[in-house]
Each structure stands twice: as C-alpha cells, then as structure tokens.
Design a protein around this ligand. Structure first.
Ligand code: SAH
Ligand code: SF4
Length: 397
C-alpha cells in the first residue's frame, strides 16, 4: 500500500521525504502542489526535483475524492455526499456569504454521543474518519468551487475581507467542524487535519476562522487548547445537568461544572476572547423563560461563569426525534433575555433548507450498527414529554 499524502501534515510529509532519501524542504513544494494547486498527478509537479517526482508514484498517492451526490440550494449552499466505503457516507456543506465562504465538514461516520435532537446521533457510530478523509472534504470543495467560480465573483468572498493577500484565489475562508461526528472523539485524526488547514503552505486559514464544535469532551478540550488552539464552540443546549443529561448523554460523564471550567481554561489559549455556546431551540423542552434565566445565572456566575457568545439554533426536525422547533416568537424572547443580560446572542439563519443541508440533517447513509435507534426509543419512553419536562424544570429551579 502506498502512502496517502492527504494524511500528512507538513512535518509528517517532511519525514516521509526523508525516508525516500530526499531533502526535507522538498516536502514544502510537494505540500503546495497538493493543497494549493489541487494536483493529484506527480508528473504535473514540474518544479519538483526530478529524482523525487520519479520515486513518488511507487510510494505515494493522492486520492481524488468523488462525491456520490451534489445538491445546490437556491440560496447558493452546496451539499456533497462522499462515499467513505463500507456502506458509510459523510456530508460536507459549503455556505457562501457576502464576506466569507464557510465549509462545514464531518469528522466521523455517525456519532457515538447520541444527542436526542441530532439525526447523526440517531444513526449511531460507524467509524472515525482518517485525517485524509477529513482533509479531502476541504481539498475537494476548495478546488471544485474555484473551478465553478472561475472568472466570477459568485460565492466568493473578496480577499480583502478575509484578511488574506490580495492575489488570494481561495474560496473557503472558514471551516467549522459541525457536520457529522464529534471531532474531539476522533482527536488523533482531527489534530493533523487542523494543522494542514492552518498551514500557510496549504490552506493558510486563520485560527480564528477554524472552529471545532464539541458536545463537551472535557479532557480533549484541554488537549486541543495546548496542541492547536482554534476557535471553540461548545454545544450547551441546557442550563441544568438534569436536562442536559437527557439531551446530550455525554453530560453524565462531564457535567456542566466541569464543562464550564474547561471552557474557561480554553480561553487562556483561544484565538478569540470568548467561547461560542450553541443552543438548539427545542419547543417546550429547553426554550422556556426559566431556562433563559437559568442560563444567564450559570454563564454570569462569578465563579462558574465564562466569557461567551450564544448562538441559538432553530431545531431542524426529523420524524424519529419526536421533537419540534421552538416558535419564532419564543426564540426571539429567549434571545432577548440573554441579550438584555449583556450576553451577545445571535439566532442562526437556516441555510440550504431545500436540500436538507442544515445542522442535524446531515444523515448520509450510515448504517446503524450500534442499534442506537432501539436504545433511543427505550430512552424516549422513559423521558417526560416536552411540555411535562419544562414543567419539571420549573419545579426544580
Ligand atoms: N458533535 C459536535 C459537532 C457536530 S454537531 C457537536 O455536537 O458540537 C454541530 C451542531 O449542530 C451542534 O451544536 C449540534 O448540537 C447541532 N445540531 C445537531 N442536530 C441538530 C438539529 N436537528 N437541529 C439543529 N441543530 C442541531
Ligand atoms: Fe454527535 Fe454532535 Fe450529533 Fe451530539 S450533536 S450526536 S455530539 S454529532
């Protein structure tokens, strides 16, 4: 088996070149050909030493990812489905905006965390993606979009707005790990992928524009802060352990006090001076006045609190969840309570609605190997109905 070069960050590629008896600095040229120019054929790499060009085909390859399907939304959002073998597929979504181009990528086929409101969680866990499979999503999207938008400004942010060089041809300015999977439960593959995304010889993305979103794997939040601090989003979804235990099962292992302490520690390394909390608005479950008030108290507690922004995500319903999205009015009232308390709060716009590209709709074709649906159905039968659960919380507070 020859080495898949999309697996290597620059350091690993330099070590690989050395093994082939080549100078380490050759790796930089090779890295640029792969990631900046999108080359897959070594014979194209004209300025690479002839000796290296001749050796590479026998020892390495750069697999060209081919999407099984591509859907383009009327709002410009593009969703690709990639086959990763063994009956598994993962999704990648490009979201164009005036001042940026964001790519939402997947880190696992399925997810083991099993959040109540997430369709990926409902599929169960299939497997971790490799570094190459994570990077391939960006590699493919960047070069496909450049070709699509060649000669136009469509879907492409102006380079000056991106804080990049004026001759920059990049389309993707931001990457968010908000597709399928829990990135911190696939840390070993995610870390080199982050390094490749940040490397100036590859995609040169700013740390502030690469966001890892986590349901709260506390020890690995610390490790990420030490190894490669990028922007961090924490999926909070509830103001109390009693409710979060039900919505995000990982809370039973890492409860709110530990999660908030880890978020505070992360701030010492973070490229931004706040953590983003994501909060999925579920009708009658976590969207009541008392939940907003409890959140304000939690977040602004002088000891337990943390500098943050809130991103309220309207729930994208799917039938098996048995849950509903909060009314628009309820979301706005909730947002106002947080904003009035001085917490910067945004309500996420839903994009790509017509192609099911929104959060939690990234179903792919993952096989339910872990029988998670049965477990969730059992759990749902013991979980109070949404309205009853809100009433329980009112009694608790
Ligand atoms: N596993 C990571 C990242 C992937 S999920 C995490 O949980 O943070 C990305 C975001 O989408 C998370 O905030 C998650 O809570 C949210 N999400 C999942 N399912 C959703 C749904 N059905 N509607 C709205 N947001 C959802
Ligand atoms: Fe996994 Fe994130 Fe979905 Fe929870 S919300 S099941 S952690 S992908």
């Amino acid at each position: 088996m020859t080495a898949n070069l999309l697996d290597f960050d620059l350091e690993a590629l330099a070590a690989f070149c050395e093994q082939l008896g080549e100078k380490r600095f050759r790796a930089t040229q090779l890295f640029r050909w792969i990631h900046q120019k999108g080359a897959t054929d070594f014979s194209q790499m004209t300025d690479l030493a002839k000796s290296l060009r001749d050796k590479l085909p026998a020892s390495a390859h750069i697999p060209k990812p081919v999407p099984i399907s591509t859907h383009v939304s009327s709002d410009g959002t593009i969703k690709w489905l990639f086959d990763v073998g063994g009956g598994d597929a993962v999704e990648t979504v490009f979201i164009p905006e005036d001042d940026r181009g964001t790519l939402c990528i997947s880190s696992q086929a399925g997810c083991a965390v099993g959040c109540r409101f997430c369709s990926t969680g409902h599929q169960g866990f299939s497997r971790n993606l490799s570094t190459a499979e994570i990077v391939a999503q960006l590699w493919f999207a960047e070069h496909d979009l450049r070709a699509r938008f060649a000669g136009t400004n469509t879907g492409r942010a102006k380079s000056n707005d991106l804080g990049t060089k004026s001759n920059d041809t990049r389309v993707i300015s931001n990457v968010v790990f908000m597709g399928m999977g829990e990135p911190l439960q696939n840390y070993a593959a995610v870390l080199p992928a982050l390094r490749i995304m940040l490397d100036d010889h590859a995609y040169g993305l700013s740390r502030r524009r690469v966001t890892v979103s986590t349901s709260g794997v506390v020890p690995l939040m610390d490790k990420l802060g030490a190894d490669c601090p990028v922007a961090l989003a924490v999926s909070l979804h509830a103001p109390t352990d009693a409710l979060r235990d039900q919505l995000v099962p990982l809370n039973r292992k890492y409860p709110l006090s530990e999660l908030l302490a880890a978020a505070r520690r992360y701030l010492a390394h973070a490229p931004r001076d706040f953590i983003t909390f994501e909060y999925c608005m579920l009708k009658g479950v976590n969207d009541q006045l008392e939940h907003a008030q409890q959140l304000v108290r939690l977040i602004q507690d002088p000891v337990r609190g943390v500098a943050c922004k809130f991103n309220l995500i309207p729930f994208n319903p799917f039938p098996e969840s048995g849950l509903h999205c909060s009314d628009r009015e309820t979301v706005l009232v909730f947002a106002k309570i947080l904003s009035d308390a001085g917490i910067v709060t945004t309500v996420r716009k839903t994009r790509g609605d017509d192609i099911n590209a929104a959060c939690g709709q990234l179903a792919g074709d993952v096989v339910d190997r872990t029988h998670v649906m049965q477990r969730m159905q059992r759990q749902r039968s013991v979980m109070p109905s949404p309205v009853a659960s809100a009433a329980n919380l009112a009694l608790e507070s």
